[in-house]
Design a binder for this molecule. Sequence first.
Ligand code: ZN
Length: 477
Amino acid sequence: MIDIVIEGGTIVTMDDQRKIIQNGSIAIEKGTILDVGTRNEISAKYNAKQVLDANKHAVLPGLIDTHGHSGHSMMKTIAETGSGWGPMIEEVYLRGVKEEFWYIDSVLASLERIRFGVTTGATFLGGGRGAYRTDNPKFAELHMDGAKEVGIREILGLGPVGRAPYTPREFRDLDGEKEITRTVDFDGMMDTSRKIIEKYGDFNDIVTARMTVSSISPNLDSLSVEDQALVRKQAKEIRELADESGRGIMAHGGGGVIKSAKELDLLGPDVMLVHCGGLTKEDINIFAETGTHVSHCPRARAIMRRRCPVPELLDAGVNVALGTDGTAPDRTFDTFSDMRTAQTIQRHFFHDSSYMPPGKVLGMATIDAANALGIGNEIGSLEAGKRADVILLNLNKPHLTPRFMIPQRIVYEAYGHDVETSIIDGKIVMENRVIKTINEEKALDHAQRVADEVVEFNNLEKYMGIPEGFWRNSKYD
Ligand SMILES: [Zn+2]
C-alpha cells in the first residue's frame, strides 16, 4: 500500500522530453514520486491509502518562485507610490518590528504562495537596499518555523546588510523588557549567516538556507582604493561561506556590476542573480561563460527601469527562471501573472508575439527554476525519483474550458487560484483549496493584529493615504 495516487489527470511532466500524459496518474510514496504513467498502468501496479481524483484537472510540478522577500507580505502596498519606500522599509525591518513579525510574515507568505500553486519559495531575509535581520539568528529561525508549519519548501537567503563595502548597522530589539539598540558589523552579520546556513543545511528538511547579499557587487571602478580592498576581502569571505555550504549565492544584480562580480569570483553555476536589467552583450557573455543563473521577476520595479534581456540570455544559453519579487510594495506571489508579464514585456519590446513561447515560460517557473536554485535533480518536474511537489489545477472552469492545448491554456489563461490541491514533499498541504497544515483563519487574524501594531509603532499612516493625482492624473507621487 503506497501513500497517494493522483488519478486520471492531464499530466504535464516537464521532464526532458516535456511529455504530456492524457488520463495519467502519479504514484507517491514516502515524499517521493514513485511512478508516473497512464491511469491503467498505475492502477494495475499500485494500491494507495489515498486516491486524489484528477479528472478534468491538469497535474503539474509545483511552481517554484525563485525570488521574494520576508517582511514584504506584512508590508505590501504601504508606500506603494515609490518615494520613501526604501528608507521606510529599512527603518521598519531593522528597528521597528518584534520577533513575532518575522514568524507571522513567513506564515502569511507561505499560505499565499501555496494558494497560488507555489510549492518552493526562495526568500531573502528582509528587503529594500538590504534590510536583512542578520544581527541575530532568531529572526531567520522564526522565518523557518513559519514556513515549516505551513509546509512549504523554502530556501532562505541571508547575509550582510546593505551594499559592499559592508559597514556596521544599527538594529533595535523590541522584545525584551526594554528596547536594546545594537550595532553589528560585517563579521557579526557573517557569524549569524554562518550559523543559519549550517543549521539549515539538509535538503531533506524542506527548509534550507543559502548565502545571500542584496547586491552581488559594486562597480569596482567607482570605488576608492581602500574601499576596493575592503570589498575584495569581504567578497572572499562571502565566496568561502558559499563554498563551505555547497549551496552557492543568491543576490540582486544587473548591468554595470557584472564584470566586477566576475572579478570578485562571485559568479558561477552556483550563483543566481535576480533582475539582471540593463545587461550588455558583454555581460550576457559573462553569464554564459560562468554558468550563472538569472531570476527574472517581470513585475518588479527594477524591470520597469531596465528590461531584462531574457530572449538574448536564452539565445546565449543562459538558464533563466521566473520569480515574483513578492510582495511589497505592489505585487503578489501569483507566479501565473509573472509567466504572462514575462511574455508581454518581450513581445512588446520586439513587436513580435512569437517571443517567449508558453512552454518555455512554464519551464522557467518549474524545471529551469529548480536548476537556477541548484536543486534540479530533486524537484521541478514530475519524474520517478524526484520529490513529490505536485499541484492539481482545476480546468473545469469557464476561462479554462474547452480543455485542450493544456500548456498554452495554463500560461495564457490560468490564475493561481485555479490551483486546487497542492502536495509538497509528499504531504497534502492544500486539498480542494483548504489548507490542511494550520488554521488559516487564525493565522490571518494574527497577521492583521501584528500589522496593525507595526503601522502604529512606526507611524506608517502617512504612507497609506491617497496621494495627489491618484484618481485623475496620468502620474502620481
Ligand atoms: Zn528582490
